[in-house]
Design a protein around this ligand. Structure first.
Ligand SMILES: [Zn+2]
Length: 43
């Protein structure tokens, strides 16, 4: 997989998929991001 993924947002579900096929499940890291940001992020 490439180092700089070009993510394609999935309208359904908390998932991002790269053009190379690499997929990230956002439901887990989303909480981490919100904690680090100290606030909620947009849905
Ligand atoms: Zn990629």
């Amino acid at each position: 997989m490439d180092l700089e993924h070009m993510y394609v947002p999935f309208p359904t579900g908390n998932k991002l998929k790269c053009t190379c096929g690499f997929q990230i499940e956002l439901s887990g890291i989303r909480n981490d991001i919100e904690v680090q940001a100290g606030r909620k992020i947009i849905d």
